[in-house]
Ligand binder design. Structure first.
Ligand code: SF4
Ligand code: SF4
Ligand code: SF4
Length: 379
């Protein structure tokens, strides 16, 4: 057992006691306000136009407005949110590494998650916006970024940017996942996973490991994947259909429903709001269509968690700390390598194993008499 892990079980906010419900209430309220609170876009535009000096303009772009009397007002909620998000990841990452930083794997992937968020999730969009260019988030791809191919995005997309998103969505990421596993994206790059791994670390053990939860997960996540690709089909059909065709209205209603139900409520309000009572990967596990898509690739790819034979003492640490609700112990007890679509390759199961039973590997299946090539990860 790594130092500091047992704290988790004695901390009221990490064990579904009253403080945890209070934090959940606060997070849900925050996200409701964020997604459904009113924002005066005209006022934002006016503030950008009339910002009289670089400091004032920069503050407006950062989500604040400097009034004549020197007071600051929250202005653009999405930039403010991006700033808070990055701060939450940086602070959460610091505390996460105080517990798990004795592992090279956790150190590097935490640095990577925070750096990607700070550079590609916060600073680059701000700079692009500041320069009057469309503010793309280059680390988010379809279907996680469900509106990437909506007309209001495509109309402003330069060919090179469009090529980046299309190639990464349909070729680059699937190939990386095939060879290295979903961890490449879900534990090293994705901002949603990044918040779970850092800010959410005190709650990672709360994911249900029951077979029932696994069955629900399989149905729900693939349903969202289907819904996302149905929407892509509608967007394409909408673009090709002649004016006045019935598909236009249907596509618009469908996009609105998906944005509300999946984009705002599921991924935001519930996905993060339920951290303290449902674990940190509620969205990743039950809702993320990207997880479903990449999970199908991972199932056929090389990544797996190798189990050393007859070493497991059934202590259960690995299952307890699996944020994706995988009952790792049951595989280890059967001496069976773990190849699950949902595994995000966080490496925590291997990290907390007192016997060194588990190892994350990207390994080609060997035929009879063939050499097996193996890439191990330092844990
Ligand atoms: S499961 Fe989805 S939201 Fe979660 S880390 Fe992976 S891509 Fe991001
Ligand atoms: S099985 Fe291990 S590596 Fe995979 S998600 Fe669970 S704890 Fe992380
Ligand atoms: S694999 Fe390791 S952590 Fe998991 S139950 Fe066995 S000994 Fe414990």
């Amino acid at each position: 057992m790594q130092a500091g892990l047992l704290d988790t079980h004695h901390n009221a906010v990490s064990t579904r006691r009253s403080p945890a419900w209070v934090v959940t209430g606060l997070l849900v309220a925050f996200y409701l306000l964020l997604y459904f609170g009113k924002e005066d876009y005209n006022a934002t535009d006016a503030a950008v136009r009339y910002a009289r000096d670089p400091l004032n303009l920069m503050l407006v772009k950062l989500g604040w407005k400097l009034n004549d009397n020197g007071s600051l007002w929250v202005f653009n909620k999405w930039y403010l949110y991006a700033g808070l998000y990055t701060l939450g990841m940086a602070v959460g990452g610091y505390f996460m590494l105080r517990k798990h930083g004795n592992s090279t794997y956790h150190r590097y992937r935490t640095y990577s998650l925070v750096a990607v968020q700070a550079v590609l999730g916060l600073m680059l969009p701000l700079v692009l916006d500041f320069l009057g260019r469309p503010a793309w988030y280059f680390s988010y791809f379809f279907p996680l970024k469900y509106d990437l191919f909506f007309p209001y995005n495509m109309d402003h997309m330069q060919p090179t940017v469009m090529a980046w998103f299309i190639v990464m969505t349909f070729v680059g990421l699937p190939l990386l996942v095939y060879f290295k596993g979903k961890r490449v994206y879900c534990s090293w790059i994705c901002g949603c996973g990044g918040l779970a791994e850092t800010f959410g670390d005190p709650w990672r053990h709360l994911s249900s490991k029951s077979p029932r939860a696994w069955r629900i997960e399989q149905v729900s996540i693939h349903s969202v994947l289907f819904a996302a690709f149905a929407m892509l089909g509608l967007v394409i059909g909408d673009g090709l259909a002649p004016e006045g065709h019935a598909i236009h209205n249907f596509a618009n209603s469908y996009k609105g429903m998906y944005s509300l139900a999946i984009g705002s409520i599921f991924s935001g309000v519930l996905g993060t709001g339920l951290y303290p009572v449902g674990g940190t990967r509620v969205w990743c596990r039950f809702g993320c269509p990207m997880a479903a898509m990449l999970g199908l690739v991972q199932k056929f790819g090389r990544f797996r968690i190798a189990v050393k034979k007859d070493m497991c003492i059934s202590c259960g640490n690995c299952s307890t700390y699996c944020e994706m609700g995988i009952d790792v112990r049951s595989y280890a007890m059967r001496n069976q390598d773990i190849k699950r679509a949902s595994c995000v390759g966080c490496g925590m199961c291997a990290h907390v194993c007192p016997r060194g039973v588990l190892q994350l590997v990207a390994k080609r299946d060997a035929g009879p008499g063939q050499h097996t090539q193996e890439w191990t990860v330092d844990l």
